[in-house]
Design a protein around this ligand. Structure first.
Ligand SMILES: CC(C)(COP(=O)(O)OP(=O)(O)OC[C@H]1O[C@@H](n2cnc3c(N)ncnc32)[C@H](O)[C@@H]1OP(=O)(O)O)[C@@H](O)C(=O)NCCC(=O)NCCS
Length: 215
């Protein structure tokens, strides 16, 4: 056993041994491939809304270097995914869409940024610690890309809940600027984002989380 995250043991073959519904189960975190897309897409539509990610968005992550998508497989079924993007300061505006602010200036000051872009677990698989494993594996891969900052735009609902708050804090990230209506900027729907929590246009917030990585 190399590593242990709560009650999940990472075996030497890279598989986490875990208990699901009282029986032993195996959790694997691997790179997305084509056959995972239908299940990942169903999870995305339920958790992020019907207009947030499409098949082509997932396809774009396959076989690339600076963008990658990891899937969590529980006994070979997709139970979650995490998309990450690594880029330089020239892409900060395109990728993060931050308003003029000290936070935007700060992000522009980094040399290489790793963005934990979208992470979600199937609803019946949330709260089992699988998101933590998926996020940690993705975070480690971003570090391997030589980033000096890891960040995320976390979804804070109109009701005030940020589901990923603890997950991101556990990785050492801290929150700063909150932008209301942020998710409308990230979709092509002219009426605004079809958010699972509010009618279009979405009134939820995007909250910047970041952590500076020092060598
Ligand atoms: C956010 C999410 C990815 C976390 O994954 P998860 O497997 O459920 O999280 P874990 O079981 O590993 O728990 C990690 C921490 O987050 C907390 N947490 C999990 N789900 C939470 C939720 N819905 N609201 C608030 N906190 C939550 C856990 O209590 C834990 O905190 P702790 O370390 O202080 O005990 C998952 O709940 C999810 O997919 N939510 C819906 C989509 C979403 O909001 N994605 C994030 C977009 S930025």
């Amino acid at each position: 056993m190399k590593r242990c995250i709560d009650d999940k043991y990472l075996r030497n073959d890279g598989i986490y041994q875990t208990v699901d519904n009282g029986s032993m189960a195996e959790l694997k975190v691997i790179d997305l491939s084509k056959e995972h897309i239908p299940q990942a897409l169903d999870i995305s539509k339920a958790e992020f809304g019907i207009d947030y990610l499409f098949e082509n968005d997932f396809l774009a992550y396959i076989g690339k270097d600076d963008i990658f998508c990891k899937v969590a497989l529980l006994d070979d079924t997709v139970v979650g995914f995490c998309m990450c993007r690594v880029f330089g300061p020239e892409k900060v505006d395109e990728e993060l869409k931050l308003p003029e602010s000290k936070e935007r200036d700060m992000m522009l000051s980094f040399r290489r940024i790793g963005l934990l872009d979208a992470i979600t677990l199937r609803s019946d698989m949330q709260g089992h610690g699988y998101g933590t494993i998926l996020a940690k594996e993705s975070y480690d891969e971003m570090l391997a890309h030589g980033v000096d900052c890891v960040c995320a735009m976390a979804w804070k609902s109109i009701r005030g809940t940020t589901n990923a708050k603890r997950l991101l804090e556990n990785l050492g990230m801290r929150s700063s600027i909150e932008i209301q209506g942020y998710w409308n900027l990230m979709v092509d729907s002219p009426e605004g984002h079809h958010c699972p929590h509010c009618d279009p246009p979405c009134k939820c917030y995007g909250v910047l989380y970041h952590k500076e990585i020092r060598e």
